[in-house]
Design a protein around this ligand. Structure first.
Ligand SMILES: [Zn+2]
Length: 406
């Protein structure tokens, strides 16, 4: 049973509706036993029965809940740095796709990658994320777009969950785009997406079904059919919507009770009102705006309209080739105009809500899982303002050390 000593603060990040309230406890401490948190409060009020416990002296560092990256495309073969250069030089997404780049080039490389090699890549990526304080990662399929590869990716996530300390939440994204071989037969591809959703739900290979609603991907009508079917199979749903154009996907997602709607750079007031009514979490992905030179989401407006805003990396080899969640949080401050406190809440308890796990993770409260990150920073604001490497000193997942620099 360990206890943290000499922390400058504990930000508990309570599950309330005030995005800026990180539940600050000055000179706070946390006690946990096994994988569960027992006590949190000011160190001066630590009950005497906890005084003789194993002590972790954090020497003035701060304590936050383990970070939750609620939107990644973790398993993919190959990279696309050539496209990064082309985009800088002004080549459009469409031209890049015509030259054989884009999502379909990653699909090709992911289809030929072995399950073992994808697993090794994912394990390395998860370890890197542990070093930044990340304890839970949502992982999407979507670079297979055929039965064999979609199942392969989801099996990789299941194995990674057994081998790595990180909590993994898997999402089936067969409706990422229509693959080359179905270019002239969308209906048959959608039929395959529906069949696979059934198989994936029955084999419990994913918790969520996601879809990319965009002119180049799927329409709102197609999305409604696929997500309604997924809900009937027992999968929860989320969407990529309003990224490049506003097609009304966010309102449809809210109506179906989606736990999150992600991207939203082009969201309308009707979309914002729909999210507020349904309690759907808006997920901001500022790295994608930065890398694609797109106008960023106005998160300030959403927060003012009382919509909870989570922040994630969207880690993928095209539009967001970085798994650095603290960097995404810095960009949430500078591009999306979220305060550091709001950004922190967006990568902890609100990210947990976006994944349907807020009752067990995302905040430091008695009874919750002991997912904890220790940071060298005097306060939450300074962490994202004086941005630097190696801020994370210690990452605890389910009560055990996943990474330590102490
Ligand atoms: Zn994405």
């Amino acid at each position: 049973m360990p206890v943290i000593r000499n922390a400058s603060f504990v930000a508990t990040c309570p599950d309330d509706s005030v995005q800026a309230n990180v539940g600050l406890v000055e000179h706070g401490t946390v006690v946990w036993e096994g994988d569960s948190i027992l006590w949190v409060g000011p160190e001066a009020s630590l009950p005497s029965e906890y005084h003789s416990l194993e002590q972790i002296d954090v020497r003035g560092a701060g304590v936050i809940p383990g970070l939750i990256d609620c939107h990644t495309h973790l398993a993919f073969g190959g990279w696309r740095e050539g496209e990064f250069e082309q985009r800088i030089l002004g080549v459009s997404y469409l031209e890049i796709a015509q030259r054989g780049g884009g999502i379909l080039s990653t699909v090709e490389k992911t289809r030929i990658a072995s399950e073992e090699s994808l697993l090794a890549l994912c394990r390395d990526r998860l370890r890197e994320m542990n070093q930044l304080g990340v304890t839970t990662v949502e992982c999407k399929s979507g670079y297979g777009l055929d039965r064999e590869t979609e199942l392969k990716i989801l099996r990789v996530y299941k194995k990674a969950q057994q081998l790595e300390p990180t909590n993994i939440i898997s999402t089936y994204l067969g409706a990422h785009t229509v693959p080359q071989e179905f270019r002239h037969d969308r209906k048959s591809y959608i039929q395959l997406v529906l069949e696979l959703a059934e198989q994936i739900a029955s084999e419990t290979l994913a918790s969520f079904c996601d879809i990319f609603i965009e002119e180049s991907a799927f329409t709102v009508i197609e999305a409604r059919e696929i997500l309604t079917h997924a809900l009937q199979q027992g999968l929860q749903v989320k969407v990529h919507s309003d990224q490049l154009s506003n097609l009304g996907g966010t309102q449809m997602a809210a109506e179906l009770g989606a736990l999150s709607a992600d991207h939203l750079e082009q969201i309308s007031q009707q979309g914002i009102d729909a999210l507020k009514r349904s309690g759907t979490v808006a997920v901001s992905l500022p790295l994608a705006s930065l890398y694609t030179f797109q106008p960023p989401l106005d998160a300030r407006k959403l927060i003012q309209c009382e919509v909870p805003v989570a922040v994630a990396t969207d880690f993928n080899p095209g539009s967001a080739p970085s798994s650095h969640l603290p960097l995404a949080l810095l960009l949430a401050c500078t591009l999306n105009r979220m305060t550091p406190a709001e950004a922190l809440k967006g990568a902890t308890i609100y990210a947990a809500r976006a994944l349907g796990i807020a009752s067990e993770r995302g905040s430091i409260e008695p009874g919750k899982k002991a997912d904890i990150c220790v940071l060298t920073t005097p306060n939450v604001e300074h962490w994202l303002y004086n941005f630097g490497e190696a801020r994370c000193q210690l990452t605890i997942v389910n009560g055990s050390v996943a990474f330590s620099r102490m």
